[in-house]
Write a protein that binds this ligand. Structure first.
Ligand SMILES: [Ca+2]
Ligand SMILES: [Ca+2]
Ligand SMILES: [Ca+2]
Length: 363
């Protein structure tokens, strides 16, 4: 521990680059991530289990507290080529209705357990899309066509997004071998069905999203993914070489403060989606270490410097450890700033040619 602290002090002193400028600006593209594996937070009330979507009565529903990425695995009486489906809305809370769906098929025997990730089988993504369920309750929605050329023994339907609520619910689901919802549903009462969810760990309250780390105010970014959560930012200033950062603590709960950090760089276009795992690009580790943030709230922490000579267009910062990971229910920070030098092309655009001196100094 002593060695680490010493190394940190030396690094801060050696930093002292008076030419380094803030790289992040309000409005830069930033998304939330958590690098932990997909996990299940699937759970339902006993009286609202997944069998209730098979009974043909919208008044009985399947409700999953896991929200986005929850769904079900159902095994029809015989293999079927599902080419359309219909959902009926439940009794209340329109925000819980399914909106974005993905349908998978498999011919493997189902070994996934109830409320698991549902990843124990080999699944083929059959089709995906958006279903426009009506605001009316207890009402059958539109026929949704599924582009599917094969028959499968079992299907997994995942609600990637509800209409906005953090709970998912649906009254009934019917699947058809026809493209227009005609004929009898291939799934129905008595078919084996289980609840599943395979969700990224990253998730944040609507008002505490990742854009808050660069908004220039004490508004905070909070991620319930806790350890290994963080963000990906693409500075609008363009390609840059960073070698220092500074974090401002949030308003409360110091146990949620980051304790360790890793910063990665990439020149790939960012393909990771918000709340994804941040692994859709090729990332190079720039540096990692500990950061000793003040216990004081809404306070700017120490300048943390590191050696780096490589330019990148986007950065990924994650926090593997929190100050008190056992006590914390989330990770949170109020602001982050990276310091460094923009690339010459960027400088020219900004009319800052003089700062190219910095490049020489660093050579
Ligand atoms: Ca029902
Ligand atoms: Ca902020
Ligand atoms: Ca996590």
């Amino acid at each position: 521990m002593k060695k680490l602290a010493f190394a940190l002090i030396v690094a801060v002193v050696a930093c002292g680059s008076s030419y380094a400028i803030p790289i992040l600006r309000p409005g830069d593209a930033v998304i939330a991530i958590d690098t932990d594996p997909l996990a299940s937070r699937s759970s339902y009330p006993g009286g609202e289990n997944p069998t209730f979507i098979l009974d043909g009565d919208p008044g009985t529903k399947y409700l999953n507290f896991g929200g986005n990425f929850t769904g079900f695995i159902v095994t029809p009486s015989a293999p079927a080529q599902v080419q359309s489906f219909v959902m009926a809305t439940a009794n209340d809370a329109e925000g819980r209705d399914p909106k974005v769906w993905k349908l998978y098929g498999t011919n493997d025997p189902i070994t996934s357990t109830d409320n698991s990730t549902g990843l124990a089988e080999n699944w083929v993504l059959v089709d995906s899309g958006t279903v426009a369920l009506p605001a009316d309750r207890l009402t059958v929605g539109p026929v949704v066509t599924v582009n599917n050329a094969a028959a499968y023994a079992s299907y997994k339907m995942v609600v990637e997004q509800t209409k906005g609520a953090t709970i998912m619910q649906v009254g009934d689901v019917l699947m058809y071998a026809s493209t227009d919802g005609s004929g009898a549903s291939v799934i129905g009462p008595g078919n084996p069905i289980i609840a599943v969810q395979a969700a990224p760990d990253s998730r944040y309250p609507g008002a505490e999203g990742p854009a808050n780390i660069i908004d220039g105010t004490l508004a905070k970014y909070l991620n319930f993914g806790k350890t290994n959560s963080g963000f990906i930012v693409t500075p609008s200033i363009g390609s840059s070489i960073i070698d220092a950062f500074q974090i401002t603590t949030a308003n409360d709960s110091p146990e949620r403060d980051p304790l360790s950090w890793e910063i990665y760089g990439t020149n790939d276009a960012i393909a990771t989606e918000d709340n994804g795992q941040g692994d859709a690009e090729m990332w190079a580790l720039i540096a990692s270490g500990l950061v000793f943030l003040p216990m004081e709230r809404d306070t700017v922490g120490p300048m943390v410097s590191f050696a780096n000579g490589d330019a990148y267009t986007s950065y990924k910062m994650i926090f593997p450890l929190l100050r008190d990971g056992d006590a914390a229910n989330s990770m949170q920070i109020a602001e982050v700033q990276f310091y460094g030098v923009p690339e010459p092309a960027t400088l020219a655009l900004l009319g800052l040619g003089a700062i190219s001196l910095v490049r020489k100094r660093r050579a």
